[in-house]
Design a protein around this ligand. Structure first.
Ligand code: SAM
Length: 234
């Protein structure tokens, strides 16, 4: 899968993808992350990407021209208001539809994703209306820019791609997965050695090697934890 990121801070992405699962997946050729500098699609001396909002008010707004030009140059076959079948343009925005595991599962079936990172007061609304296939938010809070949100989306989708996680089933048992211990609930809690730490013991059932008992314990534990911390998921 190919992820494109459109940003005014390309250097931001050196860190998030230089470690762990996503780094290994890139090295193995299972995914590719291409970072594009929005300023490459500006033509004035100052490489201007923003302007004052119509109607007045605080802050600046990212202009539509460089964003449209960038997407049209990355995917020349794409026409305005005409989505491609296996590629999606996603605008990161606090006002977007909530990004969750189900959306990540759907996005992992695409061949390519192009993520647009806003800054300042946001992006000219014509990008949401006529360019983006979807406008997505990673939560009900406001970040300073879309870069962190794009990194979250890429990391979440990447671990769902075939062969990215060492063990093919590990993503299936993650929290929120319908295939997990509790059908869309939280993952079960986990323990490791030592079996006793500062007087706190790992549950005996996990040490006895009885797979059916372990399976049932994990199901129960996942449900209990969900009831306690995320009753909204039940
Ligand atoms: N004025 C905007 C509002 O209140 O909705 C906030 C703009 S925010 C300071 C700048 C950029 O950060 C946004 O254009 C978006 O790309 C990104 N951003 C902020 N919060 C986000 C969130 N919860 N999810 C995804 N992107 C977010």
């Amino acid at each position: 899968m190919i992820f494109h990121v459109l940003t005014i801070f390309p250097e931001f992405f050196v860190g998030p993808f230089a470690h762990g699962v996503v780094k290994r997946a890139q090295d193995a050729g299972r995914l590719e992350i291409r970072i594009h500098n929005l300023r490459d699609w500006t033509f004035d001396r100052h490489r201007t990407v923003d302007d004052r909002p119509f109607g007045g008010g605080e802050g600046m707004v990212l202009k539509p021209e460089p964003v449209f030009l960038a997407v049209e140059s990355i995917w020349p076959e794409r026409r305005p208001d005409q989505p491609l079948s296996d590629r999606k343009v996603l605008l990161l925005s606090a006002q977007g539809r909530p990004f969750d595991q189900a959306m990540a599962n759907r996005l992992s079936a695409e061949a390519e994703l192009l993520l647009i990172c806003g800054r300042y007061e946001g992006v000219d609304e014509r990008v949401a209306a006529h360019l983006a296939d979807d406008e997505i938010s990673i939560g009900n809070y406001v970040l300073s820019g879309g870069e962190l949100a794009a990194a979250v989306v890429i990391d979440t989708v990447a671990r769902l791609l075939p062969g990215v996680l060492g063990n093919e089933t590990s993503a299936a048992f993650d929290s929120f997965q319908e295939t997990g211990h509790g059908e869309g609930l939280l993952d079960c809690p986990h323990w490791t050695r030592p079996a006793e730490f500062r007087g706190w013991k790992a549950p005996e059932v996990l040490l006895n090697g009885n797979h059916e008992e372990i399976r049932q314990f994990r199901r129960r534990a996942a449900r209990e934890k969900t009831e306690r911390l995320r009753p909204d998921l039940l």
